[in-house]
Design a protein. Structure first.
Length: 110
């Protein structure tokens, strides 16, 4: 159980750290789920080293950490979809304004 606890903690730690990278924060903002994921991963990795795997809390720690990882992944997917939609809307608005501008500049082209 100790190795499983360590691997689950490492998964949460790496996954949360990748979600908190500078490029991701710049485009989608800081995710509270990712911060919680990093903290939970660090606590589980430390807990696996000090003997948490020999207690009755180990299955709970694994389950809760995996739940945080999945919730964070769902939040990240939701944020990415919202960003993609806003970029598409922005492109559509820019194209529409350009077409209207060109129509005003050259009215006899139609």
């Amino acid at each position: 159980m100790g190795l499983l606890l360590f691997l689950v903690g490492l998964l949460a730690l790496v996954s949360g750290t990748l979600k908190l990278r500078q490029r991701m924060r710049a485009t989608m903002g800081l995710s509270a789920f990712a911060v919680v994921e990093v903290v939970a991963g660090a606590l589980v990795v430390i807990g696996s080293g000090v003997g948490l795997s020999r207690t009755a809390l180990a299955p709970w720690a694994v389950g809760l950490t995996l739940a945080v990882v999945f919730a964070s992944a769902a939040d990240q997917a939701r944020r990415a979809a919202r960003l993609r939609r806003s970029q598409e809307m922005s492109e559509a608005e820019r194209l529409q304004s350009y077409v209207e501008f060109r129509a005003r500049q050259d009215p006899d082209s139609e």
